[in-house]
Design a protein around this ligand. Structure first.
Ligand code: TXA
Ligand code: MG
Length: 343
């Protein structure tokens, strides 16, 4: 992939240059205006959020939303998140329960918390995969909010990767395969949070976490008290974030405790190491990715997907990932690594 006059070019194996998405700076108001035009015309735009890049379409245009499923090769049974720029719009699309929802929105929006609530008539069934509920969030990213406002509609948007693959946290992570099928990529640099939003269902008695993400469960518990978990994949709906194998690298990845000798390369073997802090013997590995020199799990989350993308490009035989502490953002990181490791 190369960047050329703001337009990405991709060469096929036959050497033919294929048309691919235009790449524009997300901080440029003219780029936001162009992206909004594409969305209003039923097109698809990749845009930055604080978590990962999203592949957005007008949430109220069923044909545009259908293209998201085609481009991502995503099963139609997996519902999408609806992105809004303010609480008032959220209330047009979802029926938020009294009390707790308003408190959650006040505390965590804009930010990496998605709320699942009963849907309103305005959301077409394709967005929610026919479910009576809808997932809604307000991203904490100026360009994302500007795009939603300029387009004048909510954006249905999954992460901007092919189904089952590692999510993009930089514009350069967008695969050529995906870029060839869309019109525009807004480049907003690196995503600050780096893992997807926490998905919290407010549809029963006790709030239920459906996906670990950018807001740690401890933080939610401080506000809500007890929370249920259902991130295992047995419950309806079958959502992409709940599939056992997801966030997959092409290179096999294994999670090992630090110090486990199974991480050591055999003679001639190229092993990549993914680790929280600097390892004691880095020289034996073909590549080493340190997620945070100081062991800060927030920094580690922000670096996680970029590190996986880099390791996956280095023709390694395998990746050994050191297990991380499971508190705070470590919970979301380990969730992603386990699904990546599942074969
Ligand atoms: O951070 C994020 O959430 C990113 C950015 C782009 O906003 N988006 C994202 O979307 O991760 P996606 O499609 O990769 O994941 C959507 C998740 C699924 O795991 C699914 O469980 C949940 O949202 N979801 C969507 N609608 C739902 C519904 N009605 N009921 C239960 N879960 C739902
Ligand atoms: Mg995803």
């Amino acid at each position: 992939m190369a960047y050329c006059c703001g337009r990405r070019t991709a060469r096929s194996e036959a050497g033919i240059t294929l048309k691919t998405a235009k790449l524009l700076k997300a901080s440029d108001p003219a780029a936001i205006a162009e992206a909004a035009r594409i969305i209003r015309d039923g097109g698809l735009v990749v845009f930055p959020t604080e978590t990962v890049y999203g592949l957005g379409a007008d949430a109220c245009n069923p044909l545009a939303v259908a293209r998201i499923f085609e481009v991502k090769q995503r099963p139609r049974l997996d519902p999408l998140i609806v992105h809004v720029a303010d609480v008032e719009s959220a209330r047009l699309y979802g029926l938020f329960p009294e009390g707790v929802a308003a408190e959650l929105m006040r505390r965590f929006w804009p930010g990496p918390l998605t709320l699942v609530v009963p849907k309103s008539e305005r959301i077409p069934p394709i967005v929610t995969a026919g479910l009576p509920t809808v997932a809604i969030r307000m991203p904490a990213h100026e360009a994302a909010l500007a795009l939603i406002r300029a387009a004048g509609c909510a954006l249905a948007a999954p992460s901007a990767n092919s189904f089952g693959r590692v999510s993009p946290t930089e514009a350069s992570h967008i695969s050529d395969h995906l870029a060839k099928k869309i019109d525009l990529i807004l480049d907003g640099g690196r995503c600050a949070v780096g893992v997807e939003s926490t998905v919290l269902a407010l549809t029963g008695g006790t709030p239920r976490i459906l996906r670990a993400g950018g807001i740690p469960p401890e933080t939610l518990r401080e506000l809500l008290g007890p929370i249920e978990w259902s991130t295992g994949g047995q419950d309806r709906p079958q959502s992409p974030g709940q599939l056992t194998r997801h966030y997959a690298t092409n290179t096999p990845l294994e999670i090992l405790k630090e110090g486990d000798r199974r991480a050591d390369p055999h003679p001639g073997e190229r092993v990549g190491l993914l680790t929280l802090t600097s390892p004691r013997h880095p020289e034996q590995y073909a590549a080493v990715e340190v997620l945070s020199e100081t062991g800060d799990l927030r920094v580690a989350a922000a670096n996680l997907f970029a590190a996986l993308h880099r390791l996956d490009r280095q023709q390694l035989d395998r990746i050994a990932a050191h297990a991380l502490p499971e508190h705070g953002l470590g919970i979301a990181i380990m969730d992603r690594l386990r699904r990546c490791a599942a074969r």
